[in-house]
Design a protein around this ligand. Structure first.
Ligand SMILES: *Cc1c(COP(=O)(O)O)cnc(C)c1O
Length: 406
């Protein structure tokens, strides 16, 4: 039987029901340590990109481990405050939001990361040099697993183009803006670690030329984790060695011990998460065998949206030697494949089917499509399994519906 820490998936399913998201808090701590070790020798700050998994208890765990937060909306910032963060530990990196939301963020005291020239201009007009800011630069580097998750190339909506450095500088001069940070984020799942160094060097160039008062350089994220056994992953240790060297050289030339920031989402929480489902039907059709489960693209959209591969196990019988090839499909009324052509130990109705790497962009992208309830969430930490979100009920589905005479 497959276990998470020392809980079998069947005992978890029995206690909390399925579909169920389960997170291993100690795995998150191990990932944090891996990063700290890889970048030892720099003034490292980790900012958890919380959009990957926004349960407040996960944020509390990050805070306990000295990890700050990167948010992309005001609502995430409010969650971070509820998790115990001080506003100045929260970096706000919105993309193209209304200026009223930026004003709200300033009022809350968040650290601002600005991503367009018009926004920079408005910010200058409104606040002058009263607040420290960071600039999100688009370094024009094509990376990331697929175009859908790449953000640092020249056709991406994100950031201010590095080719507009002069325009940035004009606005900074005009309003005497306090630029304390430069940021770039090339997108998720970069394959070649060298892109981070290439991007860093572009930011160093800007720093030398235009920004003498930086407190930090934020190199974003995009670290790749293993989604299958032989997957290419970011070798943190090797990446760390490369980055530490160029970064320390930069600090020396710059004449200041600048902080090195990263904002990982996936790296910290992807592998900690499991989506536990129950096999509701096993169907032997002439062309294919299907395992239907009590979940689907409403709970985990990555396979259908990004063609993402998630490893799937028969948690009730992970080591069975008698195997069959199955498509694992959801219960949503449209094509809803979670995994294709998977060799699994023979599946029986009621078996617990486990989908791995479900921590990042799993629950946080879940919906009520087909008017299904979103799953419950459980965190296992130091040997305790605790419910950290209740399963939804019909009340949640109806909560904001206004019933009128028709
Ligand atoms: C989504 C996001 C991240 C996290 O990306 P991962 O691939 O999950 O590590 C980091 N920074 C910003 C600005 C983001 O929008």
């Amino acid at each position: 039987m497959f276990s998470i820490q020392n809980f079998t998936v069947e005992s978890l399913a029995q206690q909390f029901g399925t579909p169920l998201y389960v997170y291993d808090g100690n795995k998150i701590e191990a990932q944090i340590s891996t990063m700290r070790e890889a970048f030892a020798g720099t003034n490292l700050k980790i900012k958890y990109a919380c959009k990957a998994l926004t349960n407040i208890n996960i944020m509390k765990l990050m805070r306990k481990n000295g990890v700050d937060i990167d948010v992309v909306s005001i609502q995430e910032a409010h969650l971070a405050i509820l998790a115990g963060y001080e506003p100045n530990q929260i970096q706000y990196t919105p993309s193209g939001v209304a200026f009223s939301e930026v004003q709200e963020a300033v009022t809350m005291g968040l650290r601002m990361n600005l991503d367009s020239l018009p926004l920079l201009e408005k910010f200058g007009q409104t606040y002058g040099n009263t607040f420290p800011i960071c600039l999100r630069i688009n370094p024009h580097i094509m990376e990331g697993g697929t175009l859908k998750i790449s953000t640092g190339h020249k056709d991406s909506k994100f950031g201010i183009s590095i080719e507009q450095a002069n325009e940035i500088y004009d606005i900074v001069q005009k309003y005497d803006l306090q630029v304390v940070g430069l940021h770039q984020h090339t997108g998720s799942d970069f394959k070649n670690a060298h892109v981070i160094i290439e991007a860093a060097e572009k930011l160093f160039g800007l720093a030398f030329q235009y920004f003498p008062n930086l407190e930090f350089i934020d190199l974003g994220s995009g670290f790749k984790v293993a989604y299958r056994e032989d997957d290419h992953v970011t070798d943190m240790e090797k990446l760390g060695k490369g980055v530490v060297k160029v970064f320390n050289d930069f600090c020396q030339q710059y004449g200041k011990d600048v902080q090195l920031w990263f904002e990982p989402g996936k790296f910290l929480v992807s592998e900690c998460g499991y989506l536990l489902t129950s096999a509701t039907v096993v169907k032997h059709n002439p062309a294919r065998n299907f395992v239907g489960v009590d979940s689907g693209l409403n709970h985990l959209i990555r396979p259908m949206m990004y063609d993402a591969y998630h490893e799937i196990l028969n948690g009730s019988n992970p080591d069975g030697t008698e195997k069959e090839k199955y498509d694992i499909v959801g219960y949503i009324c449209e094509t809803d494949t979670l995994g294709k052509d998977r060799d699994l130990p023979v599946v029986h109705e009621g078996d617990i089917i486990v989908i791995k790497n479900a921590g990042a962009y799993g629950f946080s992208m879940a919906s009520n499509y087909n008017s299904r309830f979103r799953p419950a969430e459980v965190m296992i930490y130091n040997g305790n399994a605790q419910l950290i979100r209740k399963r939804e009920t019909m009340e949640d589905i109806l909560k904001n519906q206004v019933v009128v005479e028709v």
